[in-house]
Ligand binder design. Structure first.
Ligand SMILES: Cc1cc2nc3c(=O)[nH]c(=O)nc-3n(C[C@H](O)[C@H](O)[C@H](O)COP(=O)(O)OP(=O)(O)OC[C@H]3O[C@@H](n4cnc5c(N)ncnc54)[C@H](O)[C@@H]3O)c2cc1C
Length: 463
């Protein structure tokens, strides 16, 4: 703090509230020197200009629901929260876009779109707490990627403040704009290491007029794959979610408050399929026909189809129960990996076996956005407050490397996955990432130590 321009002190909070000392990762909290809560892009630019001049480390913070330690402050540095830069700036119905401040909670954006008969398709369990700037900075995925894509696919324009305080404003609303490098892509998924996003233009879709869901029980992973192929063919563009839960996950989820199984028996796999259409009559009949065909072909053992939107919500509760696992399991490690859809059960089996063998007492459970090739897994040693984090991560990531998959499907690298980044990226890719970081942040002041280290140039080149 003492090293920053006194004019900026009015934007700072000191001491720093407890909640700004960590995100949702299992890392220990850190105390920044101060917390800045700017109100405007100009404020952010002034803070970054001063930080650049004084060499002060800045960590951007959104809703702090990140699971990789990306928004965790750095000792001796400051945190910059976007919590005061919230609200919808403009909804353009003809262009089907919404312009928002980066600190706006995701749920606020979803509701604002809905009020106008429009739909913002990004959705995840942390919707009430996470902010759109954090969602875009982590390139969040969530529940409906199979239909609408990830956060990256929903951003048309962006305003971002660079580490030296330069403001790049390109609030583009156009679908087509091939005018050189698409600079916004650099900042999407960069986890606040290249710039601070202040405003965004988001792509909206029509509000679905008909939503149907089913929970299905399957006897084998081959049957799950058959279901996925049939859903892509039978539901076409209406297929909006294809979630799979293994019994180890399912049995814990059923202990969460308000969650109950819509199926009577036990199954080797539980599948949640959702369809979003525009016409209740046509799309409801199509969904029913699709399910009937699955039954007739013997692909499913048992199934429940939604009769109302409250059924759809109740079905999703089986999957959203993951948010309650902190309370149900106690300390545990959470992973989100991706790989070829066809090999996911093979991966789950290998992981379960090796964790039990190599980490004494370790249990694990599996679930995920399987239609997107994204598997989540939780691993824990019951009763161990510290958890053997390094041992568990080694098993999970070594197997994913052998499977040719990705160590992070959607939660990002942050701090927790940084030691394993080379499992999923080539040396040449890592070198280019480091060069990009060094080019945009030559003094290494913006969220340093997260995602990738950039070798700093010699002191005389850094002014
Ligand atoms: C219950 C639960 C369910 C979840 N489900 C999913 C899921 O299904 N899919 C998924 O992808 N994620 C999921 N997550 C993870 C998390 O919600 C997402 O990563 C989310 O996008 C983070 O947003 P945030 O605002 O909380 O960001 P934060 O945690 O505050 O920050 C995340 C990263 O972005 C940077 N950042 C934040 N704001 C800005 C900004 N304006 N400019 C530049 N950098 C910035 C931070 O420095 C940090 O590196 C879940 C988390 C929880 C707790």
């Amino acid at each position: 703090m003492a090293r920053l321009d006194p004019a900026l002190q009015a934007l700072a909070l000191d001491p720093v509230p407890e909640r700004n000392r960590n995100d949702w990762s299992s890392l220990d909290p850190q105390s920044p020197v101060a917390l800045f809560r700017p109100r405007t892009t100009e404020d952010v630019a002034a803070i970054m200009t001063a930080a650049h001049t004084t060499g002060t480390v800045v960590v951007p913070q959104g809703g702090l629901t990140g699971l990789s330690g990306g928004a965790r402050p750095i000792e001796g540095g400051v945190a910059l929260s976007l919590e005061r830069m919230t609200g919808v700036i403009d909804v353009d119905e003809a262009a089907s876009t919404m312009t928002v401040w980066a600190g706006t909670p995701l749920e606020v954006i979803q509701k604002a779109a809905e009020e106008r008969g429009l739909y913002f398709s990004l959705d995840l369990g942390a919707r009430g707490s996470c902010a759109i700037g954090g969602n875009v900075s982590t390139n969040a995925g969530g529940n409906r990627v199979i239909r609408y894509g990830m956060a990256r696919d929903l951003v048309l324009g962006m305003e971002v403040v660079l580490p030296d305080g330069t403001v790049l404003t390109n609030l583009n609303k156009m679908m087509k704009n091939n005018t050189g490098y698409d600079l916004k892509q650099l900042f999407i998924g960069a986890e606040g290491t290249l710039g601070i996003i202040t405003r965004l233009v988001l792509k909206l879709h029509p509000l679905p007029g008909a939503t149907h869901a089913a929970v299905l029980g399957a006897a084998s992973y081959d049957a799950v794959l058959n279901m996925l192929t049939a859903a892509r063919r039978g539901l076409g563009p209406n297929l909006s979610a294809f979630e799979v839960m293994w019994p180890d996950y399912w049995n814990i989820a059923m202990r969460a408050e308000g969650v109950r199984s819509p199926l009577a028996g036990e199954h080797a796999f539980y599948v949640l399929i959702e369809s979003q259409g525009t016409d209740e009559g046509i799309d409801g009949a199509r969904f029913e026909k699709f399910l009937e065909a699955l039954f007739e072909q013997g692909v499913i053992e048992d199934g429940a189809m939604s009769q109302s939107l409250s059924d759809v919500k109740a079905f999703w509760a089986t999957r959203d129960a993951a948010a309650e696992f902190k309370a149900l399991l106690g300390p545990h490690m959470a992973y989100d990996v991706s790989m070829s859809v066809g090999r996911m059960d093979e991966y789950a089996q290998a992981c379960r076996t090796r964790l039990a063998r190599d980490v004494p007492g370790c249990l694990s459970c599996y679930y995920g956005h399987i239609g997107d090739g994204n598997l989540h897994l939780l691993a824990w040693v019951p009763g161990d407050a510290a958890q053997p984090q390094a041992e568990i991560s080694k098993v999970v990531y070594e197997i994913i490397r052998d499977f040719g998959g990705s160590i992070s499907a959607e939660h990002g690298i942050g701090l927790t996955k940084k030691p394993y980044l080379s499992y999923s990226r080539s040396p040449e890719e890592l070198a280019l990432m480091a060069r990009i970081k060094a080019a945009l942040d030559p003094k290494g002041i913006l969220n340093p130590g997260k995602v990738i280290d950039a070798p700093l140039p010699a002191t005389e080149d850094r002014t």
